[in-house]
Design a protein around this ligand. Structure first.
Ligand code: GDP
Length: 195
């Protein structure tokens, strides 16, 4: 699945701009700076696949990447970025809501949780939106290399407890470090079973 080409398809700003729902997809969500671009790059073995998502003007878009010719990987806009003006936040929240509740070909959302911080309020908000949209989601801890094992384990426990409150949560979480390549193969294998 990840051996073939990964091409940027388009940045979507409105539901009318969605690519046709003609193939399965998974999406990635997470707070700004959680390490989402780094993770997508590590997954796809490429340096700059997700760069498009982090360029100014692209950050509020739902970015579609084609995995080969038959699957999509979807990069959702980073949330919780304090500097974003309220109307901008409201607009992408509406788009996100429409996407999550309306996309028939979406198989699972991966919600990235910073290994250093655990689940924050904004993460709960996105998880609640996923619950309401009946989209199964799985937590992926990022930057596992950045803190001590003891602290990481505490944050894993905190995350598990948080997931237990969300009916749409898949119980297993995946611990990753894009920097060290930890958990990347597990995440690839998980995605391969879904799409
Ligand atoms: P995004 O805003 O969620 O796309 O986050 P980025 O992928 O741009 O990462 C934010 C910052 O965290 C960058 O400085 C990355 O180099 C760093 N980072 C991301 N993943 C890791 C990781 O696994 N380990 C370490 N040590 N740093 C990481």
């Amino acid at each position: 699945l990840f051996a073939g080409p990964v091409d940027f398809v388009k940045g979507v700003v409105a539901m009318s701009g969605m690519p046709p729902a003609d193939r399965l997809e998974v999406c990635f969500a997470g707070r700004s700076n959680v390490g989402k671009s780094s993770l997508i790059n590590a997954l796809t073995n490429r340096k700059n696949v997700a760069r498009a998502s982090n360029t100014p003007g692209r950050t509020q878009e739902i970015n579609y990447f084609a995995l080969g010719t038959q699957r999509y990987l979807v990069d959702l806009p980073g949330y919780g970025y304090a500097a974003a003006p309220l109307p901008v936040v409201a607009k992408w929240q509406a788009l996100l809501k429409s996407y999550l509740s309306g996309r028939q070909t979406l198989r699972r959302a991966f919600v990235l949780i910073d290994g250093r911080h655990g689940v924050k309020d904004v993460d709960h908000e996105i998880m609640t939106l996923l619950d309401r949209s009946a989209v199964t989601f799985q937590a992926v801890m990022t930057k596992a290399d950045k803190i001590s094992k003891v602290e990481l384990d505490q944050n894993i426990d905190q995350t598990r407890a948080a997931l237990a409150k969300h009916p749409a949560a898949f119980p297993e979480l995946i611990v990753t470090s894009s920097e060290k390549g930890l958990g990347i193969e597990t995440l690839r294998a998980t995605i391969a079973t879904l799409i």
